[in-house]
Design a protein around this ligand. Structure first.
Ligand code: HSE
Length: 371
């Protein structure tokens, strides 16, 4: 996303595509991209410290309403697994995808590492590490449905980046891993870090700058309750298509409103105020109004969630999953039922509901086999 302030501004450039957000300030269409993402960041080639590793990365809720492209959080208990192994049959410095499993995953995902989210992130990580003498094979286990608005591509990319980093002795920082994952996101769904950053770092993450990439982890107090009601209909909303639906420009009143709500969202996360968080998350006047009509029943689902007592409701990422916020798990289950009914009644879509808490850990190692 680009927001540019030129002259006495009446409109704000809000193109979802960095490649077409050229402005008078930045004639280079890539100005929003971080330039060092594929630069080798380690000086000597690292040796593998494990023969194989298996990692996990969680689902994420991007945008959180007014935080389009700059706020996201990770949710507990859902995600993708990636196993990476040193493989002498693979060309040194390269990666081969040995398997993809999970509902619909093997038929819909490419096994070509250059066109697979996990493969792209793994290659980017190997490049950053300067790996030239070792080949790797990668196995992807999809736990997340594709195109659901739960950060499916980011979870694969995050798990792959972490697995490759771990097998070579954890030389890269979290921020570098986010950059590796961002290569993958840019290729498959658009240049945005609000899924990949929380998938790697866990918790709530604010992307305060894209060039250079600057990330702020926002701590929701551990003693406070927060639950996400995630309701996923049987409907695909490809991120690229949902980004194409966004306005290229917005008016100043909407800019002021959404900024104030994004500020309130950040404050409520830090204060551990689930009710204020829900209210702010529910208040987007720029992105949600353009996308909700593209998801059958979404407006009714939001209404049903609020009537059932949710603190707020919006589209999770680019959709079609709807996310509502509450501070009690049992009430979350009830809210989820009302949302499922609304998807059926108003959108003629079957949907499933889950109540999840915050994942504070992010992508992590699950198992290792020593060298
Ligand atoms: N910020 C991105 C979008 C997230 O809304 O397009 C996609 O999951």
């Amino acid at each position: 996303m680009a927001i540019c302030f030129l002259s006495p501004v009446k409109t704000i450039n809000l193109s979802p595509f960095p490649s077409i957000t050229t402005t008078r300030h930045h004639p280079n269409p890539n100005h929003l991209r971080c330039n060092f993402s594929l630069t080798t960041v380690t000086t000597t080639e690292p040796e593998p410290v494990f023969t194989s590793v298996r990692s996990f990365a969680p689902a994420t809720v991007a945008n959180l309403g007014p935080g389009f492209d700059f706020l996201g959080c990770a949710v507990d208990g859902l995600g993708d697994f990636v196993s990476v192994a040193v493989d002498s049959s693979v060309i040194p410095g390269e990666i081969s995808i040995s398997g993809i499993s999970g509902p619909e995953a093997s038929s819909k995902l490419s096994a070509d590492p250059l066109w697979n989210c996990a493969g792209i992130a793994a290659i980017a990580t190997m490049k950053m590490l300067g790996v030239r003498s070792v080949g790797l094979s990668l196995n992807l286990e999809k736990g997340l449905p594709l195109g659901s608005g739960l950060g499916s591509s980011a979870a694969s990319a995050a798990a792959a980046a972490v697995a490759v980093n771990e097998i070579f002795g954890r030389k890269l920082t979290q921020k570098e891993l986010v950059l590796a994952g961002l290569e993958s996101e840019a290729k498959v769904s658009g240049y945005h870090a609000d899924n990949i950053a929380p998938a790697i770092m866990g918790g709530f993450v604010l992307i305060s700058s894209y060039d250079p990439l600057e990330l702020m982890r926002l701590e929701f107090p551990r003693e406070k309750e927060l639950f996400f009601v995630l309701v996923s209909p049987e409907f695909e909303a490809p991120t690229k298509k949902m980004r194409a639906a966004l306005p290229a420009e917005i008016g100043m009143p909407h800019h002021v409103w959404n900024c104030s709500q994004a500020g309130a969202l950040v404050a409520s996360v830090l204060n551990g105020d689930a009710a204020a968080l829900g209210k702010a998350l529910s208040s987007d006047k720029i992105v949600e109004p353009k996308r909700a009509p593209l998801i059958p029943g979404m407006e009714a689902v939001k209404k049903a969630a609020l009537e059932a007592g949710a603190f707020g409701c919006t589209i999770s990422g680019a959709g079609p999953t709807a996310v509502a916020v509450i501070d009690d798990e049992g009430r979350g289950v009830e809210i989820g039922k009302r949302m499922v009914e609304a998807f059926q009644k108003e959108g003629n879509l079957k949907a499933v509901a889950m109540v999840k808490s915050l994942d504070r850990v992010g992508a992590r190692l699950v198992t290792t086999v020593p060298s």
